[in-house]
Design a protein around this ligand. Structure first.
Ligand SMILES: [Fe+2]
Ligand SMILES: [Fe+2]
Length: 366
């Protein structure tokens, strides 16, 4: 199996190619999508590679969604695949049919991208998020609140509407409280196995960046701005195709150009809103700048780099190296720090990095 094949697969069964394409487009940066025009075709394919979740339309040829799911759930090999019924009817009127066939969830057409993603990721992440239920109240609130605002952000961006900054700030507030009482490890480990990589990475950046601010003695409100900046810093990745975003190996020159555009896309999205604090925009705009001027998109150099950018790039690089990806296990913190003080020493502010390292040793973040 190729490494990219480990990205969760979603199967869509619907007789309408326009609908299937819309779903595929909506999921492109998060999942692989296989489309089937009828249930017979889908059934054969499911046996070759089981998807993480299947969406079947109530009216799909030739069996119809409910009968297809009932058969699937009776088959010992396929029974565990979570199934979503797509329908034109409201949830109440299909409740009985849902129960009878064993479907896990339903979506009434037309639905928003966030509803689609929420429904799918909640099934994919059922185990991860089920474990959140056993966490202390504040950890649970932080994880649930940030994942839901993170999903919402993509809807606003897609609709060209301003990112709701107040909601982002509110979702990050319990994180700052957790940091103040030095009790945020449950949040970091809770997000570790989450299937939405962009969310997991952004929440880790938000946590470490606000912890960094706390260590430097910043006020509560400034820490909140850092956390919000962390959660939003890569929002523009929503425009980057899945194949580029999740490519295991080196990106080609063209792919790298596409990847780099996530920064300008993020700036564009954030500037639509008028209440986003300047520091949040700076974090997003400058987190890929490097001290020697070799970063992007502005090739800022030395003193041109804001302190926030110096902090954000350290946290972002550290998180990216130590994140679990579909194609790589997480790197040990010490190994990541050795790279950051070694081959990356011309990129990162070594004074801030020494403080960051001390902070990690104090917090024993793994
Ligand atoms: Fe980035
Ligand atoms: Fe990032």
């Amino acid at each position: 199996m190729s490494l990219t094949a480990q990205v969760a697969l979603i199967a869509v069964v619907d007789s309408n190619p326009v609908f299937r394409n819309e779903v595929a487009q909506a999921l492109i940066s998060l999942y692989r999508v296989h489309q089937y025009s009828d249930t017979r075709q889908a059934l054969q394919a499911l046996r070759l590679e089981a998807p993480a979740v299947i969406l079947v339309d109530e009216e799909a040829d030739s069996k119809g969604g409910f009968q297809f799911i009932a058969e699937m759930k009776r088959d010992p090999v396929l029974a565990a695949i979570p199934a979503i019924v797509t329908t034109k009817r409201d949830p109440l009127s299909i409740a009985q049919a849902m129960r009878q066939c064993g479907a896990d969830s339903s979506l009434t057409k037309p639905f928003r991208r966030s509803a689609l993603i929420r429904t799918i990721t909640s099934l994919v992440n059922k185990h991860v998020e089920a474990d959140w239920e056993h966490l202390p109240e504040r950890d649970k609130t932080t994880l649930k609140g940030t994942v839901s605002v993170f999903n919402e952000i993509s809807d606003f961006i897609a609709a060209g509407e301003p990112v709701p900054f107040t909601s982002v700030k509110e979702a990050c507030a319990p994180l700052i409280d957790a940091i103040a009482s030095n009790d945020f490890k449950g949040i970091l480990s809770g997000v570790k196995e989450h299937d939405n990589y962009s969310y997991a990475h952004s929440l880790r950046v938000a946590t470490l960046l606000s912890l960094f601010g706390h260590t430097l003695g910043l006020k509560h409100d400034d820490q909140l701005v850092l956390a919000s900046g962390g959660l939003l810093h890569d929002a523009g990745k929503i425009s980057i195709p899945h194949e580029v975003l999740n490519k295991p190996g080196r990106l080609s020159e063209d792919e790298f150009l596409i990847m780099k555009s996530h920064v300008t896309e993020t700036i564009k999205f954030l500037e639509v809103a008028h209440d986003i604090p300047k520091p949040v925009i700076i974090i997003a705009a400058q987190h890929h700048e490097k001290l020697d001027g070799s970063g992007y998109p502005f090739n800022l150099k030395g003193a041109e780099l804001n302190d926030l950018a110096r902090m954000a790039s350290i946290v972002d690089v550290f998180s990216a190296l130590t994140d679990r990806r579909v194609y790589k296990p997480p790197m040990e913190a010490e190994t990541a720090l050795a790279i950051m003080t070694g081959e990356m020493s011309h990129h990162l502010d070594q004074h801030f990095l020494a403080m960051f390292r001390e902070m990690l040793m104090d917090a024993v973040v793994d």
